[in-house]
Design a binder for this molecule. Structure first.
Ligand SMILES: Cc1ncc(COP(=O)(O)O)c(C=O)c1O
Length: 427
């Protein structure tokens, strides 16, 4: 679709660019400093978890189902925390490990485990000439960093409204055994907010792939609905098991955006064999995780329903922010044809796509006007967005006033760059 600027007569367009540039200069003069880059909860949101800090004190019973949480032992996690992990991930408690506070850290440890030791019966990935990994894009930059750091080649695959483009994924995996895995954020994907359709989940669980192919099923946002009737994601483990692929799925999640980012608890869930084998490696470097933190968390969330209620309190902070994004973008850009954006029902991000060749310029112009955005390109492997269109909007951290001001600036920058591109095309 042609943009409103492409449809203007050249004189009119030149005048429009002049007016937009004047608005840009006026905005710069305000010396603003706003941030829409941080995918983290606002301080008020974090505060709702403060009562967790009083759950344990010096008089507390520190046993959980016979396990002394104040001493070494119980590497896989305390019984109640493994039950919570099972409810989170949709696997039996025995197929979980509760570890540390960061799911990213678990992903890295597990990938290094396969890199060095390989899937039982197969060559360690580090000994192969070439290893590739599928990266649905736009996606999460820190995922891409994990495989890039190991020297694995990240291969982008397009994201659609139902998840990764499965025709592309199936074809690549069926034809190329050097593809050893794939990242997936199946619910409220980072940054598009898409929840994978049933068909996508089934195809991922059952498709033909290398025998040592693994899916990092990062369910970071499995509890992060904006409303009571959140998206429903099919449980992939049962489908994979029926197809004989139960070892394919490596699921992770954490309470980072539920209680305290960096100080919550993190979960791993997979087949019995994988859990046993991964635990053997991880145990070499850890006698036991912080079980007191696990105990505080399970006493704070005695049931999954209690956790859900807590998430609905988070949603109370998030809903107006996500609504403001839609309102401001629709009002500012809705009729211009300069951009499209997602409207997620949960998670932490909105994915914004501007005209080809404009995202870097928009982000730079926003910075000149005092707004920090996630760098353009960050949502693609190696920071290279081939069409230079995608920008990740993180609306959760700023106050509503700050967010509104930052969105006005994003709208102005998008219109300005879009108009300038249309004018440059005529030069
Ligand atoms: C998809 C995804 N996975 C993992 C993480 C990091 O989680 P953790 O704090 O558990 O390492 C994030 C944080 O933004 C994320 O968006």
């Amino acid at each position: 679709m042609a943009t409103v600027y492409q449809q203007m007569a050249t004189d009119e367009l030149r005048q429009e660019v002049g007016e937009l540039r004047a608005q840009v200069e006026a905005t710069k003069a305000k010396n603003l400093s706003l941030d829409m880059a941080r995918g983290k909860p606002s301080p008020e949101q974090v505060d709702i978890s403060r009562p967790l800090l009083s759950v344990l004190n010096e008089d507390s019973d520190l046993f959980d189902e016979g396990v002394d949480c104040s001493n070494y032992g119980c590497f896989e996690g305390i019984p109640s925390a493994r039950k919570l992990a099972g409810a989170f991930l949709g696997v039996p408690a025995e197929q979980t490990i509760v570890l540390g506070s960061s799911s990213l850290n678990i992903m890295q440890s597990v990938l290094i485990h396969y890199w060095e030791k390989g899937v039982p019966g197969y060559t360690p990935w580090s000994k192969l000439d070439h290893v590739k990994w599928l990266c649905p894009s736009p996606g999460y930059d820190r995922h891409f960093g994990l495989t890039e750091d190991l020297g694995i080649e990240n291969v982008p695959v397009p994201m659609t409204e139902t998840g990764p483009d499965m025709d592309v994924v199936e074809k690549l995996c069926a034809e190329d055994d050097s593809i050893k895995g794939m990242f997936c954020v199946p619910k409220y994907s980072n940054p598009t907010g898409v929840t994978y359709s049933d068909d996508t989940v089934i195809r991922l669980a059952t498709m033909k792939a290398a025998p040592d192919f693994r899916i990092v099923w990062d369910n970071a946002y499995c509890m992060h609905d904006l409303t009571e009737d959140g998206d429903k994601l099919l449980n992939i483990h049962g489908i994979a098991a029926t197809a004989g692929n139960e070892d394919r799925i490596l699921e992770v999640a954490s309470t980072s955006k539920i209680t305290f980012p960096g100080a919550g608890v993190a979960f791993f869930g997979s087949s019995e064999a994988n859990v046993r084998e991964v635990a053997q490696t991880l145990k070499v470097g850890l006698i036991s995780a912080n079980k007191l933190n696990q105990l505080a968390h399970v006493r704070f969330f005695p049931t999954i329903e209690a956790l859900h209620q807590h998430m609905m309190r988070h949603a109370g902070f998030l809903r107006p922010r996500f609504a403001l994004v839609q309102e401001k973008l629709a009002a500012g850009l809705g009729t211009t044809g300069c951009a499209t954006w997602t409207n997620p029902r949960g998670g932490y991000f909105v994915s914004f796509d501007a005209q080809p060749g404009s995202a870097k310029r928009i982000v730079a112009l926003c910075r000149e006007m005092g707004v920090t955005l996630t760098p353009a390109g960050a949502t693609w492997p190696y920071g290279k967005d081939p069409a230079d269109t995608n920008i990740r909007i993180a609306p959760t951290y700023p106050s509503l006033d700050e967010l509104g001001a930052a969105l006005d600036i994003l709208v102005l920058a998008t219109k300005t760059v879009c108009a300038e591109l249309a004018l440059e095309a005529r030069a």
